[in-house]
Design a binder for this molecule. Structure first.
Ligand code: XMP
Length: 525
């Protein structure tokens, strides 16, 4: 039963206001996460039932509204895989050669998606010793291999139990299970539901763990493993599902810059060629990622990509004004990144004196986004799950850098200082990152002979728990916030949010205080 409207509701309405009354009343003052708090509301929602799905474009839906930043100390394929497995999205950074970015995307798209299309094969003339070396060198966790001739015709299967050092001198052909005894399935029998078909096969064939797929000429076309199929079928029942595309591959995004030629002109042909290659690899979205999205170069880049790829979800940014959102939406962006200078490693506001604190920026940008029918993404400045709840009261998703940079899934080595493990975390506008390639993001050339003003710092983050644990904390925090607001989904969270300003004393009251803390809670997530 819903709560009855009462005279008390008028008291609440006067003090705790919806965004459209609250933010206009603060005109001229820009607020960020710690400046406000959200009022709790009558609720019939259990946190665990709160639905976190979000849509950033017609063809870009996420199970959870969290994206890992396109930074060279945050997102490469390992982070993007872990993010997608948790239902979010990773944006692969562009501080690497274009070819390498393509293979990072490929790695994500081909991570356990059911049918392994390029299985590792061996030839009958190899020795078992060669196979053992291959396993060691490439760190394979499996030891059963299909055996093919040089035209990929299936000759048999090398079972794991013969791949042992004692047989190292024996040829694969002596140890293999012959073709006639190997269970296979024809490629044409897989449609319309390859996973369901493989699942049925494994049910019917007790003890068989690998199913080889062949074409009509008996050439090897792929491989299913029982463990992958079990993982995928279990996923279907899990409350938080991985983010997958229509072919059951993990979702993956990639950032691109507004690349210029040596004469300083935008290199449209090169940008479109690179994005075409990303699309061919299966990328689900590209983010035209720069420090100043309300600029001719970014607009023109978005426009050429929209013309070349009418269906591709395009994210663009970063901006902090309504006019900028309107501009990028007109150029063809589906989602706009909001955030100039809030990041934990950013110095843009100090160096250039520009940028707007996040909540006011999100509100202002959100007005234009609503009118233009695009999504907005809160990028930077998030240091705890409560910030995400406040951000989602005004946006469709958040981008996190610093919160994830200490995870083992982030690129980079662990550095030990006084016995404590750390990982490097640096701004893409820091001198080292710009030298490595990100200068274009800040409107500079990579030419180190020219002195440019850095807009980011190089820092360290304490090594944190795995991405899975961090996500569990973040998702739990968001759902908790939604429970307090009685919001079953993110659209309702936006509708029901009631804001109030807090003072420094209120902020002090919000964190643990006047105690000797013996065990730190997950307050940083
Ligand atoms: P957090 O707070 O999550 O912020 O660590 C990550 C976001 O910060 C932006 N970014 C920068 N901004 N100088 C800046 O002014 C920089 O060097 C820099 N590097 C990253 C970016 O939007 C990222 O997602």
């Amino acid at each position: 039963m819903a709560a009855e409207p009462s005279p008390c509701a008028a008291v609440d309405d006067a003090f705790f206001q919806p965004a459209d009354s609250f933010f206009p009343a603060q005109q001229g003052v820009a607020l960020t996460y710690d400046d406000v708090t959200l009022a709790t509301q009558y609720s019939e929602i259990l946190p665990r039932d709160a639905n976190l799905e979000t849509s950033l474009a017609e063809h870009l839906h996420l199970q959870i509204p969290i994206i890992s930043a396109d930074m060279d100390t945050v997102t490469e394929s390992r982070m993007a895989i872990a993010m997608a497995l948790n239902g979010g999205l990773g944006l692969i950074h562009y501080n690497m050669p274009e070819r390498q970015q393509l293979s990072e995307v490929t790695r994500v798209k081909y991570h356990v998606h059911g049918l392994i299309q390029e299985p590792i094969k061996v030839s009958p003339d190899q020795f078992i010793g060669d196979v053992l070396t291959l396993i060691e060198e490439r760190h394979f966790s499996f030891s059963t291999f299909p055996i093919v001739d040089d035209q990929d015709h299936l000759l048999g299967l090398l079972p794991g139990h013969v791949v042992r050092p004692r047989y190292a001198g024996r040829k694969v052909s002596e140890a293999m299970m012959p073709r006639a005894s190997v269970q296979t399935i024809a490629e044409r029998e897989l449609q319309p539901d390859p996973i369901g078909r493989a699942d049925r096969f494994f049910n019917e064939h007790l003890g068989i763990h690998k199913l080889l797929v062949v074409d009509d000429a008996d050439r090897l076309r792929g491989l299913f493993t029982l463990s992958d199929i079990e993982r995928i079928t279990q996923e279907k029942a899990a409350p938080l599902k991985p983010g997958r595309d229509s072919q059951f591959r993990l979702l993956c995004g990639a950032a691109v810059s507004a690349t210029r030629s040596s004469t300083g002109e935008l290199d449209h042909a090169r940008i479109v060629r690179h994005v075409a290659a990303l699309v061919e690899r299966g990328v689900d979205t590209v983010a035209v990622s720069t420090a100043h999205g309300f600029s001719k170069g970014v607009g023109e880049t978005v426009r050429s990509l929209r013309d070349a790829f009418p269906e591709l979800p395009i994210i663009a940014g970063n901006v902090t004004t309504a006019s900028a959102v309107e501009y990028l939406a007109r150029c063809g962006a589906n989602a706009v990144k909001v955030g100039q200078g809030p990041g934990s490693i950013c110095t843009t506001r100090i160096v250039a004196g520009v940028g707007i604190p996040q909540l006011t920026a999100l509100y202002v940008c959100g007005k234009a986004a609503q009118a233009a029918g695009v999504a907005i993404i809160a990028d930077g400045g998030i240091s705890k799950s409560g910030d995400i709840v406040k951000a989602l009261a005004l946006s469709h998703a958040v981008i996190c850098g610093g919160l994830l940079a200490g995870c083992p899934e982030a690129p980079g080595q662990i550095i030990e200082i006084n016995g404590k493990p750390y990982k490097q975390y640096r701004g893409m506008g820091s001198p080292a990152a710009m030298k490595a390639g990100s200068a274009a993001r800040y409107g500079h050339s990579k030419d180190t002979a020219r002195k440019v003003a850095a807009e980011g710092v190089e820092a360290l983050k304490e090594v944190s728990a795995s991405l899975d644990s961090v996500m569990t904390q973040l998702v739990g925090g968001i759902q908790s916030g939604m429970g307090y607001l009685g919001a079953p989904n993110l659209a309702e969270l936006r509708r029901r949010a009631r804001f109030s300003r807090i003072t420094p004393a209120g902020q002090r009251e919000s964190a643990p205080h006047d105690i000797v803390e013996v065990k730190t809670g997950a307050s940083n997530t």
